[in-house]
Design a protein around this ligand. Structure first.
Ligand code: ATP
Ligand code: TZP
Ligand code: MG
Ligand code: MG
Length: 265
């Protein structure tokens, strides 16, 4: 079993600073989710400061959900500073494949920066391989039967650990592969479930050098939190789920994690 509880404890103890350059939809939810986990979020976008902020952070999370030209410039500046300082970078390629601008920007970031982990849904990850898969805005439409193959291709193509998420999650560096069977369907009924997950993987990678292990542990932990949240109330809907999910990230019991977590290699 991966050291999920141990890594969560280290995050709570050390409270790693996670610099997010994210989208305008999920900014508040991402900051609250990182606080609930025990990490320390900061959002900073100005070209004048992103390099300084990234270089003193323990992880940089770049999310292309609501791109503009100045934001792309800030991502490149922050990313270069993070690479120079040895700070890990997580890329969430939100909507890659939905428009050429998103696909090309994700590819540009992967080309110009040394990215530690890509975390996206099935369509987004498939669009970073040589496949062209339809997106419905930012939501995955891919009926993926070969998720592991797609994730491995992307990991090898970009020389980056890749996490393809959905009902089953696949985390791979192209050689070592974990699958995670945790999570709940209500996660796709709230905005930001994927974006916050990318930030949460950043916090786990900040405290554990083995990136594939850290990402799999983060995704397993996050899925158990969702399952736990979904059972706290009868007839759970997205509104209450979002609230209970934040609470579960905060106070999920170590024994519940051990009992419910389903990570396989
Ligand atoms: P999308 O916009 O397509 O929902 P996303 O970027 O929000 O994509 P997801 O792939 O939905 O990201 O992953 C977010 C989290 O939700 C992951 O932890 C994943 O395991 C979980 N998840 C998504 N759908 C399901 C499902 N049907 N059953 C269980 N867990 C799910
Ligand atoms: N539109 C642009 S970014 C965004 C939306 C709805 C949020 C996407 O969040 P997630 O976590 O990928 O579902
Ligand atoms: Mg989603
Ligand atoms: Mg997403």
């Amino acid at each position: 079993m991966l050291p999920v509880n141990e890594l969560r404890n280290i995050i709570q103890e050390k409270s790693p600073l996670i610099h997010n350059i994210t989208n305008v939809v999920v900014t508040n939810f991402t900051a609250n989710g990182l606080y609930a986990l025990g990490a320390s979020p900061v959002m900073a976008y100005a070209e004048e400061e992103v390099a300084d902020m990234a270089s003193v952070s323990q992880a940089l999370v770049i999310n292309i959900g609501t791109l503009t030209k100045p934001v792309v410039n800030a991502m490149l500046l922050a990313g270069k500073a993070a690479n120079k300082a040895g700070v890990p970078i997580i890329l969430d390629p939100v909507g890659a494949g939905a428009t050429p601008y998103r696909t090309e920007t994700a590819q540009r970031l992967l080309t110009e920066l040394d990215i530690t982990l890509i975390r996206g849904n099935a369509s987004e990850i498939a669009n970073l391989s040589d496949e062209n898969v339809k997106m419905k805005g930012v939501d995955s439409t891919a009926e993926v039967t070969d998720a592991a193959e797609i994730a491995k291709n992307v990991a090898l193509k970009w020389k980056t650990v890749t996490a393809l998420t959905g009902k089953t999650d696949v985390i791979t560096d192209g050689h070592i592969t974990y699958t995670v069977e945790n999570g709940h369907a209500l996660q796709s009924k709230i905005t930001g479930a994927g974006c916050l997950l990318s930030a949460v993987t950043g916090a786990f990678i900040a405290v554990h050098d083995n990136v594939v292990e850290a990402a799999a542990a983060a995704i397993g932990f996050y899925g158990v939190a969702a399952e736990h949240a979904a059972t706290r109330r009868d007839n759970m809907g997205p509104g209450h789920f979002q609230m209970h999910f934040l609470d579960a990230l905060y106070d999920l019991k170590p024994e519940d994690i051990e009992q419910l977590i389903s990570i396989h290699s």
